[in-house]
Write a protein of this length. Structure first.
Length: 547
């Protein structure tokens, strides 16, 4: 329930058709929040000194809308209030813009059956007395609902219970007040990362303002679809957004030419247009494959990320890296392609297996190891709270990790500087070799590989006299405390050092035959180097458990 101690900074406007319950619910909501309730229609009549029907009859609708607009402008200066508007107020472009700018707009979304039941005994609705009520309401819905869908929040009201709707509004306001918005500003584009609990229920309202057409394609893996697709599609339907769905198999092996071609062909067969966005619903595999498809089909269509794993929420969904794997190595084919918005619903992590959660957590720790020792210390103090799915700490962790990544990529979007975005690859080169050697079969998850890769780099740098042993011990201790691998021996899979070194030669960061390594002088002190000796690497791998 909404915390009454929180300050309501903006008026709240309820919109909807007659029978949606704007007045009844508005009064109860105002009482619950201890702020005034105002009905704009009543205020218009007070101002005009006559009924709304008289205004229409004597002066016409244009004059009524002018008066209504001025009354609403005056009312919303009396912040905070709960404002119930007439069904046509939000249809007026000038009034709609005013309400969207100055208030939080909430659409009480009812189906025709609910509306009919609620107004069945009403005799004071002239608009409904001129014909079949069902037909009249259906026609109004067809005209008005696409416009009502521009509201900030959409509340389904289909069970005809006022108390249920009131509870849902209060819960939604609570979530909205706790939602974190992180702007990502790049050289020629800007988008927001929205972080919070149960945002998927409002995804339609969140993405609606950025859509140039009310249709999307959803790409989701089959496991995620079973858990979260219905919530997303319900939200899209409430926002009057049409959708089509393409399902892909779960797992790293889906990031392949085979599945990329299959997705592209399905998009083309379904007549995707250049302004039709692709929504990636799922983890990093789904986001990478979908993003590459969005960058490629028709030479580029809009792209939206809805990550459902911790790994994708803190890393792969932000920054615009997309791609697929090849038999030669990981992520060797792809594109830099930024999303229009990222919606990180941390409630989806409640269904995430613990191992997947821990693997994602490794990327948060990695951010601290690269350039934020305070974040690493925060992880040491709060890591177990994150892994126990305490949403206060999960939300903060996602925001911290994304803010860190945004800061790094701001001036190096396309990974051109050795001191910029390349630093985000700490642990990745060695981690990718481990994944490739195990053929992406799930014996090691990406986050686990990154954690182990980081541990290997810290061990190497301590061996070379570059990093204090105390820092390396802290890193190993923390990764081990949360159940992440810190040694190749932890994998219980035989590894040949020569094979791992061969995989490294196919890394994306090879230049002039030499691999660009991200090394460390300590926690939060990374730098790049192409001077790592293969003999030192070989010795490290053998001592760490390779054969």
């Amino acid at each position: 329930m909404f915390n009454k101690e929180k300050r309501i900074n903006k008026p709240i406007t309820l919109i909807g058709l007659m029978g949606a319950g704007k007045t009844t619910i508005g009064k109860k909501l105002a009482q619950e929040l201890c702020i005034p309730f105002v009905d704009s229609d009543q205020e218009v009549e007070k101002t005009a000194g006559c009924t709304i029907a008289d205004i229409f009859e004597q002066y016409g609708e244009a004059e009524f809308r002018r008066v209504e607009h001025e009354v609403i402008r005056r009312l919303i200066r009396q912040s905070p209030i709960i404002l119930a508007t007439g069904g046509g107020a939000f249809m007026h472009p000038k009034t709609r813009a005013l309400l969207k700018e100055k208030t939080t707009t909430i659409w009480l979304h009812c189906n025709v059956e609910t509306l009919l039941e609620r107004i069945s005994h009403h005799t004071h609705r002239p608009l409904l007395n001129s014909g079949d009520k069902h037909e009249i309401l259906s026609n109004l819905m067809a005209t008005r609902y696409p416009v009502y869908a521009e509201a900030d929040l959409i509340i389904p009201c289909h069970d005809n219970k006022i108390e249920t709707t009131l509870t849902q509004i209060l819960l939604t306001l609570e979530r909205a007040s706790n939602m974190r918005t992180l702007p990502i500003q790049l050289s020629d584009t800007q988008y927001n990362v929205m972080i919070g609990s149960q945002l998927l229920e409002q995804a339609g309202a969140l993405i609606s303002p950025i859509l140039s057409q009310k249709k999307v394609f959803i790409i989701a893996d089959e496991n995620v679809a079973a858990l979260h697709l219905q919530t997303l599609t319900d939200s899209l339907s409430h926002a009057q957004i049409h959708y089509e769905t393409i399902l892909i198999p779960p797992g790293e092996n889906t990031k392949s030419f085979k599945h990329f071609e299959r997705v592209i062909n399905q998009l083309l067969e379904k007549n995707i247009e250049r302004k039709t966005p692709i929504i990636a619903l799922g983890g990093g595999v789904t986001g990478d494959l979908s993003g590459f498809a969005a960058a490629s089909v028709l030479r580029g269509v809009p792209f939206i990320q809805i990550p459902t794993t911790l790994l994708s929420q803190v890393d792969s969904s932000v920054g615009g890296k997309t791609g697929i794997n090849t038999s030669i190595g990981k992520n060797l084919v792809g594109a830099f392609y930024q999303p229009q918005i990222v919606i990180a619903d941390t409630q989806t992590l409640d269904t995430l297996p613990h191992r997947e959660l821990v693997a994602g957590y490794a990327e948060i720790v990695k951010a601290g190891l690269i350039d934020d020792p305070e974040l690493f210390q925060w992880c040491e103090e709060n890591g177990q709270k994150i892994l126990s799915k305490d949403h206060q700490y999960i939300d903060e962790a996602v925001e911290r990790a994304c803010a860190f990544k945004a800061r790094i990529i701001k001036n190096d979007e396309f990974e051109q500087s050795s001191k910029g975005r390349n630093l985000l690859n700490l642990g990745h080169s060695l981690g990718h070799t481990l994944e490739a050697e195990l053929e992406y079969d799930g014996r090691i998850l990406h986050g686990e590989a990154v954690a182990l890769g980081c541990c290997l780099i810290f061990k190497l740098c301590t061996r070379l006299g570059l990093c204090p042993s105390e820092d390396t011990s802290r890193v190993l201790k923390h990764f081990k405390s949360v159940g992440l691998p810190t040694s190749i021996k932890d994998l219980n899979s035989p590894m040949k050092a020569t094979n791992l070194l061969r995989h490294l030669q196919h890394d994306k960061k090879v230049k002039d035959g030499k691999l660009l390594f991200i090394l460390v002088n300590g926690i939060g002190k990374t730098f790049t180097s192409q001077e790592v000796n293969e003999k030192d690497l070989y010795k490290l791998l053998i001592e760490d458990g390779c054969i």
